[in-house]
Design a protein around this ligand. Structure first.
Ligand code: PLP
Length: 482
């Protein structure tokens, strides 16, 4: 059977390039076959592996009700139906590009402006990444990507383009350094691989951290010196909920001399507006040739005119946008605080972060040994017994075992409380594997953290000992343990 398929289908079709076999996607399957529901399936799997932002749907729904003309399937909007239903060209509606450009500026605190003529549409950031890979690289060429990185990149950038991704292994604090970049670049040179660019995600998925100004400037200098591209995925720009704030690459370009032809931004409304189903993605390139080529390619992944029409109206409403951005950050901050405090009450720390829809949870001390196999074993227990779909660090190519990405913004408060109760029960019932004391403990009040390679202040820990505000005050487990 396999032999027959191999002769019948293309190399892409029979290849494994989609990467669906990793635990990241396995976890989704476990959730799909047994999804949690508070009444119908209270023992089901809780989905904490999906970076969705559902905390502000009420604001969007309210706006839609107040603006019925923005939807063409309404009495108020039906006059727009004919023009919306017919073929569009690949430039997209001018009002859509104007509104996106303005929104991108607002999300960046109006410190920079974006030119609507540089905006190219794509089917989400997924389509934008592939489009850029097609524009910038040939099969066999490579991009450097700091680890840990979003697992979808292996599919989006590599599968159909034949491009390679070369991991850049950062220091133990997950901080990207030029030394690490140089090492990855040199390694590629030695292997005769042509490096065409560097891809960064800022704010980071999975870390939830942001790059500081100095690092961004050094990255721009690095890619200029090597004459390679810099692709900046900024799709979590408006998920920043505390300090340090977000600095866009577009701000850095205003401040320093560099070859702008090398700089490209990937953006989408999937995270900042919580609209992944709308598939609104864009490439913003400072390079005219890339804009032209990408625009032609965008025929393969246009945003439907109906969606463009709705989004153009919504994002042109300054009052709504400003309120949404502020309120979303506020709600994310509260959720992040409640969730991390709940984890801390059972001694689980997370990497310090100020953005994103997830935390980078530190379960290193629960590993039987410091290996990827032990991490996968622990992850299986979390999926099968604890019934939480979290994503193991190995899915993000993290080289240090024991880290897990846990999404917290795709559920209501009650579900988060159930998730915390399950984690609490699991941790209390799990015996910590024996390790030599010297290696297990940091100094001070971060006692439970292990491995001296990590700087203690990078991990948020143990506010349980500081905070009287438990997010799960009614939990019988809390009462039983305090
Ligand atoms: C860093 C990053 N880039 C791109 C994507 C894909 O986004 P979209 O839904 O807009 O295709 C994701 C989705 O999780 C992501 O985290």
């Amino acid at each position: 059977m396999r032999f027959i398929q191999q002769n019948l289908l293309s190399k892409i079709a029979i290849s494994n390039g989609h990467g669906e076999e990793i635990p990241y996607f396995d976890g989704w399957k476990a959730y799909d076959s047994n999804p949690f529901h508070p009444i119908n399936n209270p023992q089901g799997v809780i989905q904490m592996g999906l970076a969705e932002n559902e905390l502000c749907f009420d604001l969007i729904q309210e706006w839609i009700l107040k603006n019925p003309g923005a939807s063409i399937c309404t009495a108020e909007g039906v006059n727009e139906f004919r023009d919306t239903a017919l073929y569009q060209d690949y430039h997209g509606l001018p009002e859509f590009r104007n509104a996106i450009a303005k929104f991108m500026g607002k999300v960046r605190g109006d410190k920079v402006t974006f030119d609507p003529d540089r905006i190219v549409m794509s089917g989400g950031a997924t389509g934008a990444h592939e489009m850029l890979a097609f524009c910038l690289a040939d099969p066999g060429d490579a991009f450097l990507v700091p680890v840990p990185y979003y697992p979808g990149f292996d599919r989006d950038l590599r599968w159909r383009t034949g491009v390679q991704l070369l991991p850049v292994h950062c220091e133990s604090t997950f901080k990207l350094t030029i030394t690490a970049l140089e090492a990855a670049y040199e390694k590629a040179q030695a292997a005769n691989i042509k490096v065409k660019g560097l891809i960064i995600t800022n704010p980071s998925n999975p870390l939830g951290t942001v790059l500081d100004r100095e690092t961004l400037r050094s990255l721009v200098s690095f890619i200029n010196a090597k004459n390679i591209h810099l692709v900046c995925d900024e799709i979590y720009a408006a998920t920043v909920f505390s300090q340090p704030g977000f600095i866009s690459i577009s701000e850095i370009l205003e401040e320093m001399e560099c070859n702008r032809d090398l700089i490209h931004i990937v953006y989408s409304l999937s995270k900042d507006m919580g609209l992944p189903g709308f598939r609104v993605g864009i490439v913003y390139s400072y390079n005219d040739a890339v804009v032209n080529c990408a625009r032609k390619m965008s025929s393969f992944g246009l945003v439907s005119t109906q969606t463009q029409h709705l989004i153009a109206s919504m994002l042109s409403d300054d009052e709504f946008v400003e309120r949404y951005i502020l309120e979303s950050a506020k709600r994310l901050a509260t959720r992040h605080k409640d969730f991390t405090r709940g984890l801390a009450q059972v001694g689980i720390g997370c990497l310090k972060s100020s953005a994103g829809l997830f935390v980078w949870m530190d379960l290193r001390r629960l590993l039987k040994e410091k290996t990827i196999e032990a991490e996968t074993e622990l992850w299986r227990v979390i999926i099968d017994k604890v019934k939480l779909n979290v994503s193991p660090g190995s899915s993000f190519h993290c080289s240090e075992p024991g880290w897990f990405r846990v999404c917290f913004a795709n559920m209501d408060n009650e579900t988060m409380v159930v998730a915390l109760q399950r984690i609490r029960k699991f941790v209390l019932e799990t015996k910590e594997p024996e390790m030599p004391p010297k290696k297990r403990y940091c100094q001070g009040n971060l006692r439970q953290l292990s491995f001296k390679s990590r700087r203690c202040e990078d991990i948020m820990m143990a506010p349980s000992m500081m905070s009287p505000h438990s997010p799960i005050p009614q939990s019988p487990l809390v009462r039983a343990t305090t």
